[in-house]
Structures are given as structure tokens and as C-alpha cells.
Design a protein. Sequence first.
Length: 368
Amino acid sequence: MKIVELNIYQVELPMKEGAYSWSNQSFKSFDSTVVEIKTNEGISGYGEICPLGPSYLPAYAEGARVGIKKLSKSLIGQDPTNLYKMNSIMDQALKGHPYVKSAIDTACWDILGKFTNQPVYNLLGGKLQDKIKLFKVISKDAPEIMSDKLMEYQEKGFKQFQMKVGEEPSLDIKRIKLVSQKMIDGHILGADANCGWKQHQALRVVKAVSGADIYLEQPCLTYEECVNIRKHTDLPLILDECINDIHSLTRAYFDKSIDILNLKIGRMGGLTKSKLIRDLCISLGISLTIEDTWGSQIGDAAIAHLAHSTPREYHFQSSAFHEYTTISTAFGAPKIEAGFMSCSEDIGLGIKPNFDTLGTPIATLSID
């Protein structure tokens, strides 16, 4: 099997609730990139990458599309089912920039599933969960509005929540205290600062909310700052933005600075490397949030397949981004019900692209 064509689609993902806000960021829509890989055997695969912009992390949508175009020159004619060779070629052709490679790698897994006539979760380790725990994001807002949102989401059946903080400490302390007081017993709440606090600010917050039953996620920008915060709190710590490969993960493990890893598929470079990270976490006894930076039905399918193939005892939670957006990029998306998600049992990722939404490719690269 050989790759004969690679198409790139660009699509805007508007937010249902008007805006999505965290730390010092707020967006009304996100710029997503969908990759279509066509083979000489008539099998096509799909992947998606939706970074949140260069002011958040060193990844942005325009850069993803430029990088994908560059990589395509090395990938046309290659066998997409040879996943490790594909990743090796991409790593040699473009140093770093894992988010550029993620959609391509995911599309290759989609092709492999279709070629072997089985769902991707079988290839990732087998279906170990029938349904996947979801968390609901409580976007940054006034404390009273965030508290009301929590109660609304609890009524809809959600049991796990991630509230966005990372702004002025006094206001964040009020947010955390008010929202945590409205939690139903047995439900789970995380306070995610998305790198937003300086170290001295994070110290103020963890001291003030020490009695709350919450998880703390990525309080500061750097790993070193997060380690220092860890020394001053008993709150369980989720690391996210500062863990982007096996080396940073093992460092955190040996430093005893991580309780849960937020594994984002795009930040790792796709499903191939995310599976490696996932499997290492299980071996080390580290639980996982499995998600991505953002996306739609196509990206969520990849999340669901990786989560389905993760042992329940190590899967903390996942997200389903397509429930936050107003448009559909694919049919057969993972289903959401009462705070859980489950993906299609069809072969590959189980989705079919909605070309009415995707439109025509902004770039087509093929054998000359």
C-alpha cells in the first residue's frame, strides 16, 4: 500500500456557549486542520489537529498546515500502515513540532484499522472500557456564573469537572471555593490554571483552598515552578503543558511530582507516540486524562479509541470537544450520554468526513 495523495482542509469551530475562556485566553472559535490521506488501494484515512494558538503554546494552526505540506513531500509513496517508519520519516524531515505530525499519524491509524478490518481501539490494545468517563469544562467566568454552570452540568449527568482558573489569585480563590461548595458528594473537580499563575500567586491559591476536595492542574508555566508548588500542597497534581515526551514524563516520575498526566494526543505527535506514553504511564502507576488540545468529531474519535483501550483503573477522564462546537466535521462521532462517551465499533476510527462542512481542500499534494 502506498500514499498517493494528501489533502488538507481548514475549518472554523464556533463555540456553542459564545466563548471558551481559560487563564488569560478567550476564543469564540478555533481554527482546526483536517488531513485526508488517500492510498493506491482506495483506502483513505483522516486525522485532525487544532492547536490553541501561539500565545498559549508554541503551536498554531497556520504552522500546522505549512508543516504538513512540507512533510507530505517525504510521505507520498510511503506505506501508511508502517507506523514506526512513517514517524521516523517525519522526525527526520522535521525536527520537533509534534503537533504538525499528529493528524498525519492519526490518519495512518485510521487506514490501518480499515485495512485490517477492525476498530483502531483493537490495534491500540483492545477494548478495555465500554464507555469513557468525561469531564465537563467550566469556562472561566464570574464565580457565580461558574457555580451555576456546575449545577447545570451536574443535572445533565456529568460527574467530573474541570474549572478554568489561572487569573488574579483572589478571584480564583473565590471561584474555587464557591464552585467546590456546590459539588455533589462523590463528584470530582479539577482547577486548571493552564500555566496562568506565577509561582507566588499559585502559592497563595493552594494555601487558601487547602481544605477543598479538588485536583490542581498545571499551576505554573515551567516544570520547576510546578515542582515547587507541589512541595507546598497536599492537593493531587495533574501535569499537562510541561510534559510533552517520555523524557519529561520520566523526570516527573522520579521527582515524585506527578499524580496524573494530561495526555494530549496532538502535543505528543499522534496516536503512535501517545500509545507509548500511555503504556509507560500504566507501567509506572500514573493515571491519565486522555484528550487533545481541541478539535471536532474527527479528533474526538482518536481520543475515544485511545481511551477505550486504556485500563479503567488508569483512565481518570477524557474530553469530547465536539459537544462544545456548533458544527459537525464527520458522521459517526463518539456518542455522549450522561457524562460518558463511547465510539463507533466500525472499522478504523469509525467516522466518515462531512465534506459539506469541510468544503474543498486548501491544499492537495500528490505524486507528480
